[in-house]
Design a protein. Structure first.
Length: 185
């Protein structure tokens, strides 16, 4: 039986996880799965998981483990004959244990980024909600201020990237990530 490669990237919000994951997945021909992307897709489509997730994401909180495993594990099941790279899942010990029960991970990368860098990056991040295109007011500006380059539609700031949600989000990340990192060590 062919052996498929199972990998995940852990990292706080603003660590560049999404960008790095997409590059790795592209370079090595891995299927790329982002839990944040699936949640935003669910919110846009008003799915059950999306409706549930919305209130947590807006408050800068993690979506409950059961919602996450029910969202992610079936997607992995569909890709059981592919090599994959996970972005943003697992985020908690319960999620990591649920994943470990089904798959043996080959590689888990943990991104370690200073707090000040994360704060700067996140408070500068604006997105085009319909496409998910991300801009950074520090180093990746849109051509016209406040407008998406492709559609010209207005850019918004995620509620969970706004300064008031940030501190709570990063503090919470650290507490929750520690046992996950310890598990994979
Ligand atoms: P991300 O795009 O990975 O930064 O995810 C955006 C938001 O979705 C996070 O701040 C969480 O509220 C939620 N989220 C994404 N993945 C997970 C996960 N594995 N467990 C719980 N919440 C998640």
């Amino acid at each position: 039986m062919a052996k498929f490669f199972r990998a995940a990237v852990l990292g706080p919000p603003g660590s560049g996880k999404g960008t790095i994951c997409k590059r790795i997945a592209h370079s090595f021909g891995l299927q790329y799965l982002s839990s944040g992307h699936f949640l935003r897709e669910g919110i846009a489509a008003d799915t059950e998981a999306g409706v549930l997730a919305k209130s947590y994401i807006e408050r800068g909180m993690l979506v409950p483990d059961q919602v996450m495993t029910r969202l992610m594990l079936p997607k992995l099941e569909q890709l059981r004959n592919h090599s994959w790279l996970l972005d943003g899942f697992p985020r908690t010990l319960a999620q990591a244990q649920a994943l470990n029960n089904l798959y043996q991970m080959d590689l888990v990368i943990n991104l370690n980024i200073p707090y000040e860098t994360l704060k700067e990056r996140l408070s500068d991040r604006w997105i085009h909600p319909a496409s998910g295109r991300v801009y950074n007011m520090g180093f990746n500006l849109p051509q016209v201020q406040g407008k998406d380059d492709v559609t010209g539609e207005p850019l918004i700031q995620h509620d969970d990237d706004k300064p008031e949600a940030l501190m709570a989000r990063l503090r919470h990340y650290k507490e929750v990530a520690k046992p996950v990192i310890d598990l994979y060590k």
